[in-house]
Design a protein around this ligand. Structure first.
Ligand SMILES: Nc1ncnc2c1ncn2[C@@H]1O[C@H](COP(=O)(O)OP(=O)(O)OP(=O)(O)O)[C@@H](O)[C@H]1O
Length: 225
């Protein structure tokens, strides 16, 4: 895994606004995110969280494992193939083609280990269109983990998992990445697993600070307004 120097600014937006047609969805966003930060991005539906992730991602795309909201899986391919695709950039095309069709033992072992940790090892050779929403979400997370990058971007990456799984998977993502920016609707997870919370509402930053300085009730109020 490539590492980035601690306290290095990885992401910066200054006076950044985004519009879709006449609809402004992000207003004058100012923020810096440093290496090592674990940032929960919260806010009601439509607040602009995914749009903000889209603005930040290109700044470190080469070092970022991305887990988009729709998962981005290829339905007709197996769990193994979908996860393996997270590591395509590490090898040349012929190696990848061979490995997708006839997995080498070493690659198969790595992908199998991820599926075991994610609790989907019995699905390794199933095509992903046969999986439940939560199982598909774990495949998308497996693919992001297989990228082996220092930064993780997740757009509601654990929303389809039950509470126990969501916590375990989030912990795994945090353990394996130096810097994370994750959109979440689960306020408790935001406060217990992240050190910084950025709360958006109607395209404005409503709160940006330490998770330790926030209570769940304050976050609830943000959603209730
Ligand atoms: N391609 C688009 N064209 C037009 N409007 C868009 C487009 N993408 C997003 N929007 C609008 O931008 C606003 C912010 O959307 P965004 O997906 O960033 O919100 P979000 O906070 O991630 O929501 P959710 O929690 O539901 O995923 C919404 O009002 C949405 O309708």
């Amino acid at each position: 895994m490539t590492s980035v120097t601690s306290a290095e600014v990885l992401f910066r937006l200054q006076g950044h606004s985004v519009s879709h047609g006449r609809h402004r969805v992000l207003h004058d966003i100012n923020l810096s995110i440093y290496a090592g930060e674990k940032v929960a991005l919260i806010g009601p539906s439509g607040a602009g969280k995914s749009t903000l992730l889209d603005c930040l991602y290109p700044q470190q795309a080469a070092y970022t494992a991305l887990c988009p909201q729709q998962g981005g899986l290829v339905d007709i391919l197996s769990v193994y193939q979908n996860i393996y695709m997270g590591g395509l950039e590490r090898h040349h095309a012929l190696y990848n083609l061979w490995n997708l069709l006839r997995p080498r033992p070493a690659d198969k072992a790595q992908v199998s280990e991820l599926t075991r940790l994610l609790g989907i090892d019995d699905k390794l050779w199933h095509s992903v269109d046969k999986l439940s929403g939560g199982q598909r979400q774990r495949v998308a997370i497996g693919r992001a983990l297989f990228r082996q990058q220092p930064i993780f971007f997740g757009d509601e990456p654990v929303s389809a998992l039950d509470p126990t799984q969501a916590e375990a998977v989030l912990k795994m993502l945090i353990d394996r990445h130096q810097t994370l920016i994750v959109t979440l609707h689960n306020r408790r997870l935001a406060l217990t697993h992240f050190n910084r919370v950025i709360a958006l509402r109607d395209g404005f930053i409503h709160y940006d600070g330490a998770a330790a300085d926030l209570s769940e009730q304050q976050l609830d109020a943000l959603y209730a307004q």
